[in-house]
Design a protein around this ligand. Structure first.
Ligand code: NAP
Length: 494
């Protein structure tokens, strides 16, 4: 497709005037993601009127010092293509700052109340980009200060608990202040363009649905691979591990969107109810089977892109750790559609490359009329990042004389080939959805709890069975045992 034919512009509908309070307004997430996302939405004309963005944290600073700090962060974290300074001055007029220690029971919330005193009816968003132990105290503080208005809503960042019990406690504590339809639990994966495209691919095309089950699908693979290590998050990561940090949220969300039934509509509760049914149908992984259907790994020293990387222990600065940086699971969904179809999921750090992909491996044709010629079964590869694309691998005849030769080639639906637009960061989409009151791309409390229930059982099974931690070299796609797990079924990771 020529550049002229590509889709080159997107229309952005402005959202209503809002106040957004970012608790943790000086933190890494705010500096790297939230403020840049809001700036981009502003530049595209989506943030209208006199909307206000109020950062808070414990230290004191003026509005202008805060704006300067955020500008520096924007310059630092925006990629070359994204960086555009021209409207920053106008945007920075919206940035305010209030110092507040939300962990201090005697904290005075009056300054925040004052910053929010004008136009109390407008949409009011409280974004909690702080350690999760502060979620409930902040909600209680907001309520006591009379700041939870009719149009107020709260955004919770991951991790949403460390197990089922803590997730339940958070849901109960936050739910005592905000109704469920005012709680936005972020999984930023759901804001990615290609993840939303999954819904369109599945439910906007008639072709796939008749094949989307155990009748035609042999197995499914979901991979979320990172080439980076734990970075500056070592202290947190060592208490969490890949299962809690990635599988409980991102991978299970991808699995739900891949496997769920067609929702009655795209309304939040219709979609979320279908996802919940998938989570409830996941077969529990008990201690008797854990070693056959799960692999835990940790990266050792090795090379990524020809650069030598230290092992996990060095990265975290500890002498010993049993925390997994890689996990592979053979999951089953026990319902009519998916009975007998293994769903292999894996995620890891310091793997060969950064890659998120869903592979739908179809069954072979029931009978080949091509004699001994090898036929490769069809495969649908949905690449979420990088190089977003959908590839449907088909058998075709290789042109030319000399007998019937078959070739496996992809029907290629590449984003880059078809669209010349900038893909907004997931946070841009999600933040605007919060202001609009659209909950479709956010998790409901019962979804989060159901995901934890399944993950808790795996953690318990690992502990009860003393499941080994397998080492893999940095730059390898996980330990050999992960490949062996699929090989036993006659399959291999794509
Ligand atoms: P961070 O860099 O450590 O920032 C934490 C923020 O919370 C700072 O602004 C800190 O400011 C503030 N804070 C801490 N205690 C406070 C208190 N008692 N009262 C008021 N403010 C307080 O953490 P982060 O990386 O931004 O992450 C924030 C949350 O988002 C965490 O739950 C994290 O797991 C989650 N998250 C982060 C990312 C990411 O990319 N960074 C991605 C997904 C989820 P002061 O210390 O100055 O008070």
């Amino acid at each position: 497709m020529s550049t002229d034919e590509k889709q080159t512009s997107s229309a952005f509908l402005p959202v209503n005037t809002f106040d957004l309070v970012v608790f943790g307004g000086t933190g890494d997430l705010a500096r790297r993601k939230l403020i840049p996302a809001l700036y981009h939405r502003f530049c595209d004309g989506q943030i209208s009127g006199d909307s206000r963005i109020i950062g808070t944290s414990r230290s004191e600073r003026t509005d202008s010092a805060y704006a300067k700090q955020m500008h520096k962060a924007y310059k630092e974290f925006s990629s070359g293509n994204d960086y555009d300074d021209s409207q920053w001055d106008e945007f920075s007029n919206k940035l305010k700052y209030v110092g507040l220690d939300v962990g201090d029971k005697a904290a005075d919330w009056k300054a925040l109340g004052k910053a929010l005193s004008k136009d109390k009816d407008r949409v009011r968003v409280f974004y909690l980009a702080v350690p999760p132990k502060l979620f409930v105290p902040i909600c209680n503080g907001l309520k006591a200060a009379g700041l939870v208005t009719e149009n107020a809503r709260v955004v919770l960042e991951k991790p949403l608990g460390t197990d089922h019990a803590s997730a339940q406690a958070t849901n109960a504590g936050v739910g005592a202040v905000f109704d469920e339809n005012k709680i936005y639990r972020i999984d930023h994966y759901l804001g990615k363009e290609t993840v939303q495209n999954l819904l369109v691919l599945r439910f906007g095309n008639i072709l796939l649905e008749p094949l989307w089950s155990n009748r035609a699908i042999d197995h499914i693979e979901i991979t979320v691979a990172e080439s980076i290590g734990v970075g500056g998050r070592g202290a947190y990561y060592d208490t969490a591990g890949a299962l809690r940090d990635m599988v409980q949220n991102h991978l299970l969300q991808l699995l739900c969107l891949t496997a769920m039934e067609t929702p009655a509509s795209l309304d939040a509760d219709d979609v979320r109810t279908e996802k919940l049914k998938v989570l409830r149908a996941l077969r529990p992984i008990t201690k008797d089977v854990a070693s056959y259907v799960t692999v835990r790994g940790q990266y050792a020293r090795g090379k990524v892109d020809d650069e030598v990387m230290p092992d996990y222990l060095t990265d975290v600065g500890v002498d010993f750790s049993e925390t997994e940086t890689f996990v592979a699971i053979k999951a089953h969904i026990d319902n009519w559609r998916w009975a007998g179809v293994p769903i292999y999921i894996r995620t890891g750090k310091r793997m060969a490359s950064r890659r998120s992909e869903i592979v739908i491996q179809f069954k072979p044709v029931p009978h080949s009329v091509f004699g001994p010629t090898k036929l490769n079964p069809n495969k649908l590869v949905i690449r979420l990042q990088p190089d977003e694309a959908v590839n449907l691998w088909m058998e075709i005849k290789e042109p030319g004389a000399g007998g019937l030769r078959l070739k496996t080639l992809p029907l290629n639906l590449s984003y880059a080939d078809n669209f010349a637009v900038r893909y907004p960061d997931a946070y841009e989409r999600l933040l605007m959805d919060v202001v609009r009151g659209n909950l479709s791309l956010f998790m409901r409390g019962d979804e989060v709890e159901a995901a934890w229930k399944w993950v808790d059982e795996i953690i318990k099974s690992w502990a009860d069975s003393g499941q080994r931690l397998e080492l893999y070299q940095a730059g390898q796609d996980g330990p050999d045992e992960s490949h062996d797990m699929l090989a036993k079924d006659g399959n291999k990771w794509v």
